[in-house]
Structures are given as structure tokens and as C-alpha cells.
Design a protein around this ligand. Structure first.
Ligand SMILES: Cc1cc2nc3c(=O)[nH]c(=O)nc-3n(C[C@H](O)[C@H](O)[C@H](O)COP(=O)(O)O)c2cc1C
Length: 209
């Protein structure tokens, strides 16, 4: 009997649907990503801000984050020199400033002054926080791993500063109350639509009595 043409392939016990995905060459496609403004202060006292999308949370205890920076960036030298930085989350109002900090260089200007951003004193590091940012995270570099185009900095979180406006009436943090910027394949988007909460998909519904 003639075999029927099918859109499925069978591999031992598994049945696979024919892929509808287009094959791309290997590259960065892990999107969306948070986009953050990283503030630094050099040993010479000059401040800078670099926009970073290659950023991540890498450990809960101790709290650790990562940023990947190209050695050609002015900020790379500052990171190597001081090992300290502040991650500032980006609100809707800050998106144009974040973009500007991602195309201008601290070699040519003071980005705080140029973009009229306000320096706020941090607790643990010399680098200033950005006052206009809703959340600022002070960090100290623990390790640098050169990877190729970028160097990965693993850093410990020393202190976290959150805008009072993000606290609800029961004094609990409601981070989702503020739209934050994410970066996706060359574009900026905003968070905002809540579609569930941690564990909600398996949570048993309370029986009505
Ligand atoms: C949305 C966005 C994301 C970026 N992410 C990174 C990144 O993760 N790592 C990096 O080295 N550069 C990244 N850049 C580029 C730097 O921010 C940019 O080269 C900046 O001008 C460097 O500033 P500096 O010379 O003052 O250090 C990004 C730029 C933009 C606009």
C-alpha cells in the first residue's frame, strides 16, 4: 500500500509535527531583555552612564547579577578600574535617555549633564545612582570572564534603592505598578499587562462554602 504523505514524522515513540519555524543562523535571539542604565564613576571622579541590554540575574543567594560589556566601551575601563557600578531600571520617561546613553560616549561628554539627569549618592559605591530611575541597584564586581566580543562581569548586589511610589498602601513593593522598559530585537517596549502571578497556573481554587 502507498504511504500517505504526512506533516508528521515518527521517531520511536515520539511524534513530531513538521516545524513551522524558519531557521536562522546562530545569533542573539533571547528577547525581550531588560534594558538598564549602568552608572559608574572613574578614579578621576568623572561619572558615566552606559546602556546595557546584556544584563541578567544570576544568583539568589548571594544576590548576583551580570552585565556584558565590550572592551572598546569607555565604561569598560571604568569598570576595570573601580569594579563598582549601579544598575538603574528604566521607566517610560527614561527611555530616550537610555537610548542616548547607548549611542553617545562618555569619552566625549558628561552624560548626566548632557541629558539633565540627577546624581544621587549611593550607600556602598562611589558611582552615583540616577535619581530619575525608579530602582537603583548598587553592585561590586566579583569576576570578569572574557567571552569574545564582550566581557561578562559577575557582580554582587550590595544595596537596592526603590522609589517610594512603588510601595502600595500596605507598604509592599508593587514593581508592576510602574511600566519598565524592555529591549526586543532593536526596539524598546514597556511592561504593563499582568497576565498571571508566580504559581497561579497550578494553584487550587478555593472552594466556595
Ligand atoms: C539598547 C542598547 C543596549 C545596549 N547594550 C549593550 C550591552 O549590553 N553591552 C555593551 O557593551 N554595549 C551595549 N550597548 C552599547 C553601549 O551602550 C554604547 O556603545 C555606549 O555608547 C557606550 O558608552 P561609553 O562609551 O560611554 O561607555 C547598548 C546600546 C543600546 C542602545
Amino acid at each position: 500500500m502507498k504511504e500517505l504523505k504526512t506533516e508528521k514524522t515518527v521517531d520511536k515513540k515520539r511524534v513530531y509535527q513538521k516545524s513551522k519555524k524558519r531557521l536562522f543562523k546562530p545569533g542573539n535571539m533571547l528577547y525581550p531583555l531588560p534594558v538598564v542604565m549602568v552608572s559608574l564613576r572613574g578614579k578621576d571622579g568623572r561619572d558615566n552612564i552606559i546602556t546595557i541590554a546584556w544584563v541578567g540575574t544570576v544568583c539568589t543567594n548571594p544576590p548576583m547579577v551580570s552585565i556584558s560589556v565590550r572592551p572598546s566601551r569607555y565604561s569598560y575601563g571604568l569598570l576595570k578600574e573601580t569594579g563598582e557600578f549601579v544598575i538603574n531600571l528604566v521607566s517610560e520617561k527614561l527611555v530616550p535617555m537610555a537610548d542616548a546613553c547607548g549611542v553617545l560616549s562618555g569619552r566625549d561628554m558628561d552624560k548626566f549633564d548632557h541629558l539633565k539627569l540627577t546624581r544621587e549618592k549611593a550607600d556602598q559605591v562611589a558611582a552615583p545612582m540616577i535619581a530619575e530611575s525608579p530602582v537603583s541597584i548598587e553592585c561590586r564586581v566579583k569576576q570578569e570572564i572574557p567571552l569574545g566580543s564582550h566581557s561578562l562581569f559577575l557582580a554582587e548586589v550590595l544595596s537596592v534603592h526603590v522609589d517610594e511610589a512603588l510601595m502600595d498602601d500596605k507598604d509592599r513593593l508593587n514593581l508592576s505598578s510602574k511600566a519598565l522598559a524592555v529591549y526586543s530585537h532593536g526596539e524598546y517596549l514597556l511592561t504593563g499587562k499582568k497576565v498571571g502571578k508566580f504559581g497561579y497556573s497550578v494553584k487550587k481554587k478555593k472552594k466556595k462554602t
